[in-house]
Design a protein around this ligand. Structure first.
Ligand code: MN
Length: 425
């Protein structure tokens, strides 16, 4: 597991203007991404304040080769080597080390194009947000919200990697089959119940060979970093299609991720104990149980969802916060997700992406989807400016944000995960 070192010192400052105290990317964060400028070749960078440093231009200064148009190779190296890279970047960007040569390779993040950080081989979405599972389960199965497997199995399904896009790429409202309760037969057409899902996602680092499970006490070494994930969902398609095999076209039309990879190393100060299970819940089976993971396998990250409608945008209004809550509302740790995924011998690859599933708080100010906030569409959410939403309208922009916070450390954020809904085609 990653350790706290000098790179996390809250007193550390940077020579890059505006980086100190930056809500997302102070020098204590140093997230990795892939960018391009004016249509040139995508290449790796590290974010610092509102700027990024082009790592391809300074590769001679770094202890690890960081080149190419994806971060898959960086994810694949041993965690100790990524820690060495982080220490070097922290040193190069810290106050007192200013150099005109380095400054020449800074770009304004607002002026570049951010790409997917890795070639995503496989995408798996879990369902570890227990309050979300309860809320949604109650709508589909009022008498039986949590199925008996939930507290034993980190439930997941295989998603679709091809339709994952970085923040800023609009999504097109999907068409599909839905069957209104009063109809005799299903209709085909644009989703009438388009929703977002607030999730964290894990970037897999080193993989495992087929047939070689990742033990729970080694799982953290296979996690390269984290991003935000909006797992857009067509609730009407989902209700009609999900039995007996689970999610399919309700989920695979588009997923949005924040383009910066917050490295596992950066999150060392924000590791916290997994909240104890409620009295009467079963202890995880032995292959998912590790004392160190229980002591430090959860993350002190605060998650938020904001909505900006077309009307609000036209009126110059700021996005409205729909919810806020802690990532601690996960019933399983990310290490348990990784270990369970590989427990049958399934091989994970560097750059695979694992979504946590929607993370909701127990109370409605922290519900992570409109399906929950609007009680399945029966109680529309009121917005400033007089509009209401049960589900998303064309022109709506959903913005996910997150910040890791811990007493005595500089908070670090993830950057925006946002996209606008375009009309169906
Ligand atoms: Mn999901």
């Amino acid at each position: 597991m990653t350790m706290i070192d000098d790179t996390h010192d809250p007193a550390l400052t940077s020579w890059v203007p505006g980086a100190d105290g930056h809500a997302d990317f102070p020098i204590q964060n140093l997230p990795y991404g892939i960018f391009s400028v004016g249509g040139d070749t995508p290449r790796p960078a590290v974010a610092i304040g509102d700027k990024l440093l082009d790592l391809s231009a300074i590769s001679g200064l770094l202890p690890v080769e960081v080149t190419g148009s994806t971060l898959n190779a960086l994810f694949a190296i041993a965690p100790e080597r990524r820690t060495a890279l982080r220490r070097k970047l922290s040193e190069l960007l810290s106050a007192g080390h200013h150099s005109a040569a380095l400054a020449a390779h800074l770009h304004d993040i607002a002026a570049v194009t951010m790409h997917l950080p890795a070639a995503i081989g496989d995408y798996t979405d879990f369902y570890v947000g227990i309050h979300h599972a309860n809320n949604i389960g109650r709508q589909f199965r009022p008498d039986n919200p949590l199925l008996p497997n939930y507290k034993y199995v980190p439930i997941g399904y295989h998603g679709r990697a091809s339709s994952i896009r970085p923040s800023g790429v609009p999504l097109i409202r999907p068409k599909g089959q839905r069957k209104p309760p009063e109809a005799d037969a299903p209709l085909f057409g644009p989703s009438a119940r388009l929703d977002y899902e607030l999730e964290l996602a894990v970037w897999i680092g080193r993989g495992n060979d087929l047939g070689e499970p990742i033990p729970i006490d080694e799982a953290a070494d296979h996690i390269a970093g984290f991003c935000l994930l909006n797992d857009w969902s067509a609730r009407d398609f989902q209700a009609w299609e999900y039995q007996p095999l689970g999610p399919f076209l309700a989920k695979n039309f588009h997923s949005t991720i924040s383009p910066w990879v917050v490295a596992a190393e950066a999150l060392a100060p924000f590791r916290t104990a997994q909240p104890p299970r409620p009295e009467g819940d079963p202890r995880p089976l032995d292959y998912l149980w590790d004392e160190a993971d229980q002591r430090g396998g959860a993350l002190a990250i605060d998650l938020e969802v904001h909505l900006l409608t077309a009307k609000m945008r036209a009126a110059g209004m700021t996005p409205h916060r729909l919810s806020q809550g802690p990532a601690a509302n996960m019933y399983w740790t990310v290490a348990q997700m990784v270990t369970h995924h590989s427990s049958n011998g399934c091989n994970l690859h560097p750059g695979d992406l694992l979504g946590t599933g929607t993370i909701s708080a127990p109370t409605e100010d922290g519900f992570g989807s409109l399906m929950e906030l609007s009680r399945g569409g029966s109680q529309p959410v009121k917005l400033p400016g007089g509009e209401e939403r049960s589900f998303l309208s064309d022109g709506d922009e959903v913005i996910l944000r997150a910040q890791a916070r811990a007493e005595g450390y500089a908070p670090i954020g993830f950057g925006d995960c946002r996209a606008v809904v375009l009309p169906a085609r």
